[in-house]
Design a protein around this ligand. Structure first.
Ligand SMILES: N[C@@H](CCC(=O)N[C@@H](CS)C(=O)NCC(=O)O)C(=O)O
Length: 194
């Protein structure tokens, strides 16, 4: 999203979720994203990568250090991940091996996916409450009239919810996410669906 907003050209390589060897050999850690600025010059932290790419600070990168935002994102993540993980693994970037690896790994922390689906109403109530709070701050971007790093963090968290069956964002939230998509030239899973 940040690279799209900054109109930078880049190559995107999607690793299978069960590929441990590549991230371990590059960064010593099984974590993505990994951004290669130049040969041997790699970074493994989204916000550091964005700060480095955004040389003119068009995204107002200092905004991301707000404590209030971190707790908002944590609240969104805790409900949204429980709702979406059982469905994300059926997006086209997975195959049967990586799907099984994902489910086994994520169930250690969250419990059986079957139970997450059974308990969906609890997570939906939590998420909807948080979204109402977020909506009051959209003017039309998060606490401002220009897209910033905060909107990228928020929208990239929320986007996954489009996959959840029978869920609909409010009109205001949907318009907001579509505007972020437009300004960042964002396409969900485009590597697989194009
Ligand atoms: N602080 C890192 C966190 C990145 C992160 O949490 N990556 C997740 C995927 S979104 C990951 O690779 N987790 C390891 C795994 O799920 O195996 C960042 O913001 O870039």
């Amino acid at each position: 999203m940040a690279a799209g907003f900054l109109a930078l050209s880049f190559e995107s390589i999607v690793l299978p979720y069960n590929d441990e060897a590549t991230p371990l050999s590059l960064m010593n850690k099984k974590m993505l994203p990994i951004f290669e600025f130049a040969e041997g010059d790699l970074s493994n932290e989204s916000l550091d990568i964005i700060k480095r790419l955004d040389v003119n600070d068009l995204l107002q990168n200092n905004k991301s250090s707000e404590e209030e935002l971190d707790s908002l994102l944590a609240k969104i993540g805790s409900d949204l991940h429980s709702l979406c993980m059982p469905y994300w693994m059926f997006t086209p970037e997975f195959n049967s091996e990586s799907r099984e690896y994902f489910q086994t790994k994520k169930e250690v922390k969250r419990g059986p996916f079957k139970k997450l689906i059974q308990d969906k109403e609890i997570y939906l109530l939590g998420l909807e409450k948080t979204l109402l709070e977020v909506e009051t701050k959209l003017t039309p971007f998060y606490k401002g009239d220009k897209l910033t790093i905060t909107d990228i963090m928020l929208a990239s968290h929320l986007w996954g919810m489009y996959i959840f069956p029978e869920f609909q964002f409010s009109t205001k939230m949907h318009s907001y996410l579509q505007e972020v998509k437009k300004q960042t030239s964002f396409e969900y899973h485009e590597d697989f669906w194009n």
